[in-house]
Design a protein around this ligand. Structure first.
Ligand SMILES: Nc1ncnc2c1ncn2[C@@H]1O[C@H](COP(=O)(O)OP(=O)(O)OP(=O)(O)O)[C@@H](O)[C@H]1O
Ligand SMILES: [Mg+2]
Length: 245
């Protein structure tokens, strides 16, 4: 479904991705892990077609990622949950969540139903009229999540969906991601540092290090820690194949 081959991308002469190979099957749920600043968000944006200047090949289904982005089909191919919420400051919560639906020409009555339903699912019913500046960071993230799920996309790319959320809320977001994935057989990639989320949601794990995927395999295998990269990452050890600096 989602496939990257030899993807290379750098900024100002500094390479971030140095030949990423990664595959996520249709209906899959893959956790994308890696140190801060290793390029997870960059890679996710390449999958979403938000960054286009890479070398190599990314395909979404049969299509090139750069073409797959922005298709105006009734069921959008993809939704992206931004690491920082990605909300429009001047729009209230309702309008933020409604944005993609309206752009697709969904009738206003239906927009209302879908927005209300999505806000309810993320625990924000009643916050429709608030502005992003009136929300806590965790609430903003949940609005971003509501905006993605109300589109019923085939693919959802989550950038650190539980960062900054308390453990109870994180757990409910994990349940929600799992629910959505199962109910709509959406394909998901979840960038995260939250190993509880990984255990709960992911079927596969991909570990990005030094511009490459150094581990990709089943979640069970990852947590068995037979792989040296997986072991060091899970235990946060200083010694191992991952250079901590
Ligand atoms: N648009 C950009 N222009 C220049 N450099 C960028 C750009 N986007 C990302 N970078 C750089 O690419 C590297 C990887 O950034 P990225 O945001 O993908 O990290 P990350 O793995 O998501 O980290 P974190 O876990 O902290 O979110 C960083 O060094 C960052 O400064
Ligand atoms: Mg990031």
């Amino acid at each position: 479904m989602i496939s990257a081959k030899k993807v290379r991308l750098g900024f100002g002469g500094r390479m971030v991705l140095e030949g990423v190979n990664m595959h996520v099957p249709a209906g899959g749920r893959t956790a994308l892990l890696g140190k801060n600043g290793c390029g997870k968000s960059v890679l996710l944006k390449c999958f979403a077609g938000l960054l286009a200047g890479y070398e190599g090949e990314i395909t979404i289904g049969e299509r090139d990622a750069r073409e797959a982005a922005g298709t105006g089909a009734a069921r959008p191919s993809m939704a992206y949950v931004f690491q920082k919420g990605g909300l429009f400051d001047s729009m209230n919560v309702f309008d933020n969540v409604a944005f993609g639906l309206r752009r697709r020409g969904v009738p206003e009555g239906r927009v209302g139903e879908l927005v209300t339903g999505a806000l309810d699912r993320v625990g924000l019913a009643g916050s429709e009229m608030k502005l992003p500046s009136e929300l806590s960071g965790g609430m903003q993230k949940r609005v971003g999540l509501a905006r993605a799920i109300c589109l019923d996309p085939e693919i959802i790319l989550y950038d650190d969906p539980t960062a900054g959320l308390d453990p109870i809320l994180s757990d409910s977001i994990a349940d929600l991601i799992l629910d959505i994935s199962k109910a709509s057989s959406a394909t998901s990639i979840v960038v995260t540092h939250d190993l509880r989320l990984v255990r709960k949601v992911a079927r596969d794990v991909a570990l990005l290090y030094d511009g490459r995927i150094v581990f990709q395999g089943g979640t069970k295998g990852f947590f068995s820690k037979e792989d040296a990269f997986a072991r060091q990452f899970i235990d946060g050890e200083i010694e191992g194949p991952i250079d901590i600096y």
